[in-house]
Design a protein around this ligand. Structure first.
Ligand SMILES: [Zn+2]
Length: 335
């Protein structure tokens, strides 16, 4: 792609195992002519699907980054039919800083479709949009609640318009074999990576693998086992696909499920992820450090459901997300 400012040291169409990097140009106070390097690994053998595995779109979501690193290190061509291309961490500097956003303030997951002459995040997004997505059949984009949110470890999806694409995305989501799955809508802006890949007709499998500023050993196992099973389901990785029939799909498509703080304060959770709640039930309280005389503000459930995610940072500003609810739904109702 001659007009992209991003250069790539691996041949995205060659057979075998290659380790390389994307070079994103930058210029700073301490290095006028500089680069950010984003490692990329591709493992290809024979014919089969191309699966793109992405971690670290948000810097402080380490579940997917670790799963992708383990996969990138261990995957051998003889295990693969087709191609697995892995970028363990898209947002290198944000990951190093332990932040969701890039040091520039950019949100990589709001940078799509990207542009060649925009800031670095848009240049990298453009490379994915025009070079990596068109080559892929399946795009796996691993997120978690990051520092700010404790989410039920789950795979999730947009309920896309196209019935064939939707059915495959449902199968891919279920193949993660998490206890919970989640149907989500975008409540905070546009320019998301999955939306661009979906627009290109790709089967997109995404996750919210926990979060809250800590990754448990159990969540690492869910991340890595699920990723491997989705690769087997896609037909790119050898081995038997594992299935289960006791997982719960949660439907978060009603905008009333997303609760935001109406004023600033210190958040107290009254429920935990996975708990069923009734309409009107108190879910949390906001306290006011400067007003010990003032009663805390109670946040009630506007509708019945299950707690899918909850704020993990106590300090809360007006407008911050505090609770995410959803309602159980059968898979038949989605296809
Ligand atoms: Zn994320």
């Amino acid at each position: 792609m001659s007009d992209s400012p991003i250069s790539c040291t691996v041949d995205l169409d060659a057979q075998g195992r290659q380790l390389g990097r994307l070079r994103v140009p930058r210029s700073t106070n301490t290095a006028g002519w500089a680069s950010v390097y984003v490692p990329i690994v591709t493992v290809a053998s024979g014919s089969g699907p191309t699966v793109l595995v992405l971690g670290g779109s948000h810097g402080d979501e380490y579940e997917g980054q670790v799963a992708a690193l383990n996969l990138a290190r261990e995957l051998a061509p003889e295990q693969v039919s087709g191609r697995v291309t892995i970028i363990p961490c898209l947002s290198m500097e944000a990951s190093a800083a332990g932040t969701r956003l890039w040091p520039s303030g950019a949100n990589f997951n709001r940078s799509f479709p990207g542009s060649t002459d925009g800031p670095a995040n848009e240049q990298l997004a453009d490379f994915l949009t025009r070079e990596l997505f068109p080559r892929a059949d399946v795009v796996i984009d691993m997120h978690s609640g990051g520092r700010s949110t404790l989410f039920l470890p789950c795979s999730h999806m947009h309920v896309v318009e196209n019935a064939g694409q939707r059915r495959q995305m449902l199968e891919g989501m279920l193949a993660w074999n998490t206890d919970w799955h989640y149907l989500y809508i975008d409540v905070a802006g546009t320019g998301l990576l999955p939306v661009e890949a979906e627009r290109q007709g790709k089967v997109v499998v995404t996750t919210e693998l926990g979060g809250g500023g800590h990754v448990t050993a159990a969540t690492h196992r869910i991340s890595q086992d699920g990723l491997a099973n989705v690769l087997r389901w896609a037909g790119a990785l050898e081995g038997e696909v594992e299935t289960r029939d006791d997982a719960v799909i949660l439907d978060g498509r009603d905008p009333a499920n997303y609760l935001f703080a109406q004023e600033s304060g210190v958040f107290e959770a009254l429920v935990d992820p996975g708990e069923p709640v009734t309409a009107g039930q108190p879910l949390g309280r906001l306290h006011f450090l400067e007003r010990p005389d003032r009663e805390p503000e109670t946040i009630e459930a506007p509708l019945a459901g299950v707690v899918a995610g909850i704020r993990a940072i106590s300090t809360t500003a007006q407008g911050d997300s505090v609770i995410v609810l959803a309602q159980p739904i059968e898979a038949d109702a989605i296809v």
